[in-house]
Design a protein around this ligand. Structure first.
Ligand SMILES: [Zn+2]
Length: 148
C-alpha cells in the first residue's frame, strides 16, 4: 500500500464530502506524500471559500450588450456595402443594355432650349434626392425599432 498512493480524486472527495474509509485513513496516517497533498488541497479549498465573487462598479451586462450591438451593426453595414455594390453593378448593366433607348431620350432634350433642360434636370434631381432621403429615413426608423 505504501507505494500505491491515493489519487487526487480520492483526496478531493475525502475533503469535500468527508467520507470515512479505513484503508484511506490508514494510508494517509502512514504516507508523508499523501499527507502533504491533503494539506495542499485543504489550503486550496479554504482559500476558494474565502474568495468573494467579483463585484463591478459598473453594469457589466449593459456594457457587453452594447459591444454585441456594435458588432452586429458593423456586420449589417458590411452586408449593406455588398448590397450597394451589387445594385450599382446591376444599374451599370441595365444602363449599357438600355443605352440605345437612353440615346433617343437625350436626343429629345436637344430639341428643347437649354433653360428647359436645366429646369427638368434640377427638378428631377430634387425629386430623386427627396425620395432617397425619405427611404433612408424610413430605413433608420425601422432599424431603431428593431434595436429597441
Ligand atoms: Zn500515499
Amino acid at each position: 500500500m505504501k507505494n500505491n498512493h491515493l489519487t487526487d480524486e480520492i483526496l478531493q472527495t475525502l475533503l469535500l464530502n468527508e467520507v470515512q474509509d479505513e484503508i484511506v485513513d490508514k494510508h494517509i496516517s502512514e504516507c508523508q506524500v499523501c499527507q502533504e497533498k491533503m494539506k495542499n488541497y485543504q489550503f486550496l479549498f479554504t482559500s476558494i471559500k474565502k474568495v468573494e465573487p467579483e463585484t463591478f462598479s459598473f453594469d457589466v451586462t449593459s456594457l457587453v450588450m452594447e459591444k454585441i450591438y456594435e458588432v452586429e451593426i458593423k456586420k449589417e453595414k458590411n452586408a449593406n456595402i455588398a448590397l450597394y455594390m451589387c445594385l450599382s453593378i446591376i444599374l451599370i448593366i441595365v444602363f449599357i443594355l438600355l443605352y440605345p433607348y437612353v440615346k433617343t431620350i437625350f436626343s429629345q432634350f436637344k430639341s428643347s432650349s437649354i433653360m428647359a433642360n436645366a429646369f427638368m434636370m434640377v427638378s428631377s434631381l430634387g425629386v430623386t434626392i427627396f425620395l432617397l432621403k425619405d427611404i433612408y429615413r424610413q430605413y433608420k426608423r425601422k432599424e431603431m425599432l428593431i434595436l429597441q
